[in-house]
Design a protein around this ligand. Sequence first.
Ligand code: C2E
Ligand code: MG
Ligand code: MG
Length: 641
Amino acid sequence: MGKSLSFDIAALLVLLLLLISCIVRKMTSGTPNRLFLAFISFNLLATVFDIWAVALDNASSTNLPALYAAHSGYLMIHNFTVPVYVLFVISLTDTWHKIRKSFWVQFVLWAPFTTVFAALLANPFAKKMFLVDGGYQRGPWFFLIYVAVVVYLVFVIGYMVRYRRLVERSKIIAVMSYIPIGITAMVIQMVSPTTLVEMFSAAVSLLLMSIGVQKPEEIVDSDTQFMKYSAYATDMKRNYRNAKHVDVVMLNLGSFSSINAMMGYDFAMLVLSDVVARIRRVNRKLDNKGELYYLDRGRFRMVFNEKDRESAAKAAEMLVESLKEKSDFNNLDVSLNPFVILAHCPEEIPDFKTLMTFGTDFHEKLKYEGRVMHVDEVYHKGMFEIQNNIDDIIEEALEFNRFQVYYQPIYSVEKGRFVSAEALLRLFDPTYGFISPEILVAAAERSGAIHRIGDYVLEEVCRFIASGDFRKLGLEYIEVNLSVTQCMRVNLAEKVMSIMGKHRVSSEFINLEITETAASHTQEIMAENLNKLTRAGISFSLDDYGTGYSNIKRVIQLPLKIIKLDKSFVDEQDNPKMRVVLKNTVAMLKDMNMEIVVEGIETQEMLDFFTDLQCDFIQGYFFSKPLPKPEFINFLRSQTE
Ligand code: C2E
Ligand code: MG
Ligand code: MG
């Protein structure tokens, strides 16, 4: 009985369609794509030879050269598809740099294939693999083909298990489907030798791989045809995980956001496509050694392998040169302000998370200079680590009671002594040391931990006020900072009162400092909270006056007792114009019956200036830095003695 060709013909069609679809979808560059194309092509070729061989067999051909050519061709090419599959799997893990170093891995990759190939070459004379005279028959060495396949499959499974973390699970499943499908086909063909399903099964698993693994729309950005943010994240994460050294040229266009906001989408796209063309030109001059990515909002990346370090450096220089000149778009002069940083990873940026945080907004932290910049100009290792781990740091600090409250004395000009103090949050982390309260507060506002921290500070302050020391030291009240989020808390007033009640602290001893914000939605709840607390007898200060938004309006609307002039005012009091502003500001606030605290007084000269202006209170390093409670108490005692 002849063998049926229908499965082979179906395989041929599927493979042809796959090949065409890969080309149409432009999946032709990059190692995984090229290997996948090779994989399809070899399977296609093997199918053609199989059809030829089966046709000859079915016709009981006696043309020996043709029979040898057809059968050897099929077996050789089919034998070759398996190592190509292995290479494709390796390329998905991007671990070539590891393979190149290992003799044994290379040996396992090439030895089985070469052995079978040699045996097939010798077959027309040795006749050990198969015989064709008097019908096709397997020879005694035919099992070598199976041995080779088993070696490769064991290798692939081992490799995937070893590097499973480098490839997404769905991709692993798609790529490994080749094995069970292939084995099923082999079993079917063993049981029913006339049903030729081997090539068809290969075509089916290639189809699965094409659907599950090779998805260009998942990785290519449609505006730029560069790879997308997610592809950059996946690739860089993998590089960090398998310790692959790469050079990343980071380009953030400093003015892209404002171009987009001011000129609109179409114009921004025009600019974008011009920049894309220039980046391509740069890469072409460097033999396309860089992998190109477009993240979003005018942020591009070129990633180079370690061996192309020189090209990376050149790329960075060329990008700056090509983008820094003003360009003409629709008769408008546009400056792109390219910020370019060359980073050796992982040497200079130690982990993936930091790389991503760093890349988001380094252009906002730097002054534009039109040159290639270096990582250490922006990146302060400790700072980044703190920012990356801040949520854990705060949670741990709350759990292990690591927060502290320091006090900075506030001097009354009228009374000639210290009458109050500002409570300031402090954290000394065992790993990172001192962490600025500004960072803590900002992070705690995001995570919601601010409420617990705020409650802690207020409790500490109440405990201090309730202790005997407080009154003996001649203190009248303590100023406690409230962050914006705290002011928006619905039950803020109740919480504050309950903490004060618990420690039997009367409301006149607490003054709450609030800061201004631009967000109008915060104002209603804030005003409501403030009114409730004012009615309960608590007074308020407006902190950092002179730095925020529409201060005057706020000063009029909110129930405030004290205004705290920000340090930035104080720092500029040498400037004659600033002196005018200060003089009039102070006069105006006094006319409104506000009390004035001047913050950040560091010198005698500053002190004299503000005392002459008749400000009521002075706070600053000139008198004392914020101090831990016992030292603060000692400080005040030494003042009264
Ligand atoms: P702020 O409320 O304006 O606090 C004044 C800041 O100026 C403090 O910084 C203080 O140490 C500093 N300072 C005082 N005198 C001088 C001086 O003469 N020269 C200089 N250069 N600086 C001076 P600190 O303690 O780092 O606090 C920074 C900010 O963190 C505070 O600004 C406040 O907004 C926030 N913060 C601190 N503690 C808390 C808290 O318990 N809760 C909340 N919500 N925010 C807090
Ligand atoms: Mg304050
Ligand atoms: Mg302040």
